[in-house]
Ligand binder design. Structure first.
Ligand code: DGL
Length: 263
């Protein structure tokens, strides 16, 4: 990624979005739906993926570097389209770059609790469930609902590699859900990769169990923060999306085309 040095932003500046790979595209898709006039720069850090297998400090270091580069490229806001990077690094990013809004992605436990579910299963990376931010979210947003947090090592990588509905992922998911049968009434997808395998996850969960993810909520929060800072793109503009990566940016762009057509 080549950054320019200016920090000046205006309404026509782009919004930076990043994840370890293709997972954050589920958030980008919602962002482009509700902010069609904005330009987005999406960065997929595939060379350092999966974040769920890195240490807290490694995730923080990468997140700060990527945010710095996106800001150097003129980003007027950053959307951390990754639950793991949000859990480990969003506070450090906000402290390091107080000049622009930095919006995180959190597991959608609040919508699930607000809908009246009493036993909420959260699937997320091992890092996300181990972070204090995740425990704080549950304590502050779930009232008396029980939250069962299930770390899913390897699941994001499987999805990144295209296993979204085949035998490999179905077996993995059966292994996750088998000991939990009858113990939950909602599932929260606490990793932005997981909605890409929503059909398989929903089937493994039992079919009629509601499944929540944080993409739309994150996009709405980003829209509020961008317009709240007076930086919303002019309404007569047609927004664009540009893909960058520490690996193959073309692959990420092609993946995005695919999920937009599917939707
Ligand atoms: N998509 C990411 C998340 O939301 C991270 C997956 C990974 O790289 O482990 O947690």
């Amino acid at each position: 990624m080549t950054a320019n040095k200016t920090n000046d932003v205006s309404a026509s500046s782009p919004v930076g979005v990043f994840d370890s790979g293709v997972g954050g595209l589920t958030v980008l898709r919602e962002l482009t739906r509700i902010l069609p006039c904005e330009d987005f720069i999406y960065y997929g850090d595939v060379k350092n993926a999966p974040y769920g297998a890195l240490s807290h400090d490694e995730i923080r270091r990468r997140s700060l570097e990527i945010a710095g580069e996106l800001i150097g490229m003129g980003a007027k806001a950053i959307v951390v389209a990754c639950n793991t990077a949000t859990a480990a690094a969003v506070e450090a990013m906000r402290a390091a770059y107080p000049q622009i809004p930095i919006i995180g992605t959190e597991p959608a436990v609040k919508p699930a609790a607000d809908a009246g579910h009493r036993h909420i299963l959260v699937l997320a990376t091992p890092v996300t469930v181990a972070e204090e931010r995740f425990s704080a979210l549950i304590h502050s947003r779930c009232g008396t609902a029980e939250v069962i947090a299930v770390p899913c090592p390897g699941l994001a990588t499987m999805i990144e590699e295209g296993h979204t509905s085949d035998e490999l992922i179905c077996k993995y998911l059966d292994g996750i859900f088998a000991p939990l049968r009858g113990k939950f009434d909602a599932v929260v997808l606490g990793c932005t990769h997981y909605p890409l395998a929503r059909v398989a996850i929903s089937r493994a969960a039992g079919g009629d169990i509601p499944v929540y993810d944080g993409a739309a909520g994150t996009a709405r929060q980003a829209a509020r923060r961008i317009s709240g800072s007076g930086l919303g793109a002019p309404g007569d503009k047609h927004g664009s999306v540009r893909f960058l990566s520490s690996g193959d940016a073309g692959k990420i762009g092609a993946f995005y085309e695919g999920i937009c057509h599917e939707a």
